[in-house]
Design a protein around this ligand. Structure first.
Ligand code: ADP
Length: 290
């Protein structure tokens, strides 16, 4: 599989404050990679460092095998970026802003631009400085998408969008994926990830905890087990588990041991009932967040 982006040991300190430490991951061409973590985890720091909007402390970023250099105009033209907070304090109208942006590219973008403006219901006559949060987000989406970049980097893209526009936005993403665009999708909204992402990277306190395909994350990492036995205490001790509930001879606990292995261990005890419940994707994410 071709790698479009390669992030190696990315580290960023803001003075003494840690932003991110030794973050490494790759993006396969044509995939949607969910980048998730709670607020303050380091998502924006990673994205801004990739794009050279802030100076990284150490580490390297490669785009198509080449160091992603901030002065490389061709690379810039291949990337679309939607920031989490769009600060466009400008005396321009939306139309003037889009005209200005279009001039940066030496191609005719008018057809795509018109389509995006229409689909997102963006009013081109409005002054940029007067746009609501949702409308500036829509403008940000048009700016990020209109040159049909190879790589889209989206930082909290849905915040501020009403449900109808969100739905349109997800349709847009699916179309981009069909076209072969690679998307780095950063969010703290968990259910968005399961809807559209192929793989997910989970970041917390500046460290990338896990990178996995969504399907694998669900398959094996977490389940809830309820069992009845006259040896509950021994089982708790043996498995070193945190019990969610314990009533009479029945315990319920969160399980991170691979199921076959768990059953083998449990076969040494007298068990009268056993119930293993697959955790939902939300449970899995929250487990890493805690
Ligand atoms: P996220 O995007 O996941 O919410 P951030 O990348 O914004 O997280 O933040 C990661 C860490 O870096 C946090 O501890 C945050 O307080 C810190 N941080 C981010 N920006 C700055 C900054 N400009 N100055 C100092 N610390 C910062």
């Amino acid at each position: 599989m071709n790698k479009i982006l390669n992030v190696k040991n990315l580290t960023k300190y803001y003075g003494n404050t840690l932003g991110v430490k030794n973050v490494s991951f790759e993006l396969n061409e044509g995939e949607i990679f969910g980048f998730i973590g709670p607020n303050g985890a380091g998502k924006s720091t990673t994205i801004r460092s990739i794009l050279n909007l802030i100076n990284k402390t150490s580490g390297e970023v490669y785009f198509g095998g080449k160091i992603l250099d901030k002065n490389d105009i061709e690379i810039k033209k291949s990337i679309g970026y939607l920031p989490s907070e769009i600060n466009l304090y400008d005396d321009l109208t939306v139309k003037e802003m889009l005209d200005f942006h279009e001039k940066f590219y030496d191609r005719d973008l008018s057809k795509r631009r018109k389509e995006l403006v229409k689909r997102l219901k963006l009013d081109e006559k409005k002054k940029v400085e007067n746009l609501s949060l949702g409308n500036s987000k829509k403008l940000g989406i048009v700016l990020a998408f209109m040159h049909e970049p190879k790589l889209l980097i989206l930082d909290e893209p849905t915040s501020g969008l009403d449900p109808i526009i969100q739905k349109e936005f997800f349709s847009l993403l699916k179309e981009e994926k069909q076209k072969g665009t690679t998307i780095l999708y950063s969010t703290h909204v968990l259910n968005e990830i399961s809807k559209i992402c192929d793989r997910v990277g989970i970041i917390k306190s500046g460290k990338l905890l896990k990178v996995e395909p969504i399907s694998q994350l669900l398959d094996k990492s977490l389940s809830y087990v309820t069992l009845s036995s006259d040896s509950c205490e021994k089982i708790i001790k043996k498995l070193n588990i945190e019990v969610i509930s314990h009533e009479d001879n029945t315990i319920k606990f969160k399980n991170t041991i691979e199921v076959n292995k768990l059953i083998k261990i449990l076969s040494n005890y007298n068990i009268s009932k056993l119930y293993i419940e697959q955790a939902t994707l939300d449970d899995v994410f929250l487990h890493y967040y805690e």
